[in-house]
Design a protein around this ligand. Structure first.
Ligand code: NAD
Length: 216
């Protein structure tokens, strides 16, 4: 698979190149540099919202599928992503770990049964993370199906911890996901890239990739 990375010099970019294999990397885009050696089948963007304009241009020019992991995208950005998805397959997600995909499914199914309980979400990430709350916390809140307090900690080198706690007067139920290393997101992005290359144009959520993998 010939691929390109947007955000290639970043923490996730370096991890992605290691997991996808440096030999098939035909394009790298970052603040420092842009190199396109060949036509990428898929572009993988884990960078900043400001890079999206160039990402969309490159996907259009080479008809590349897109795996989009950048967080803090606005509604306007998503309108532009949906426009691209009319001509190529786009897999977007604020968390490319399988465990969070499964946690989302659990919450969607069982949170309604706890609608009378208090619920709060907490997330911890490394001190370099720019946005808060995390895109994943925002997604989990949507799955809970009601507004609830969200707490963000920025400490050390934590790749990403998320907890959803429910409580009533007599009991507490906490569901926690911990990413032990960034590699897990890169491996999810690789699954998403393989999925995207075989798909019709459209906007796919990473959860669809997880569902396909669970059915196998
Ligand atoms: P980082 O700061 O280490 O790297 C950012 C990269 O983006 C750098 O290569 C930088 O040069 C590049 N960049 C910044 N602005 C740019 C621009 N205008 N044009 C081109 N390139 C630009 O960040 P990181 O920790 O690697 O995280 C990158 C993104 O991935 C963040 O949005 C983060 O929240 C997200 N992320 C998503 C997941 C997921 O599963 N979806 C997991 C981890 C991180």
């Amino acid at each position: 698979m010939k691929y390109g990375i947007v955000g290639s010099s970043g923490r996730m970019g370096r991890e992605l190149i290691e997991v996808f294999g440096p030999e098939n990397c035909v394009a790298t885009i970052s603040l420092e540099d842009e190199t396109i050696l060949d036509s990428p089948e898929v572009i993988v963007d884990f960078s900043r919202p400001e890079a999206l304009k160039r990402t969309l241009e490159v996907c259009r020019e080479y008809r590349s599928a897109l795996v989009l992991g950048t967080t803090a995208l606005t509604e306007d950005h998503m309108v532009q992503v949906k426009e691209l998805a009319q001509s190529v397959a786009v897999v977007q997600g604020y968390n490319f770990s399988v465990g969070i995909g499964v946690l989302r499914m659990i919450l969607r199914q069982y949170a309604p049964a706890l609608s009378e309980w208090d619920v709060e979400i907490s997330e911890t990430h490394h001190i370099h993370k720019v946005d808060a709350p995390s895109g994943t916390a925002i997604t989990l809140k949507k799955e809970v199906g009601r507004d609830c307090p969200t707490h963000s900690l920025r400490m050390g080198g934590v790749p990403g911890d998320h907890s959803v706690s429910f409580a009533n007067e007599g009991e507490v139920l906490t569901l926690t996901h911990r990413a032990i290393s960034r590699k897990v997101f890169a491996m999810g992005a690789l699954q998403a890239a393989r999925f995207a290359i075989g798909q019709q144009p459209g906007l796919y959520d990473f959860e669809e990739v997880v569902s396909c993998a669970l059915k196998r």
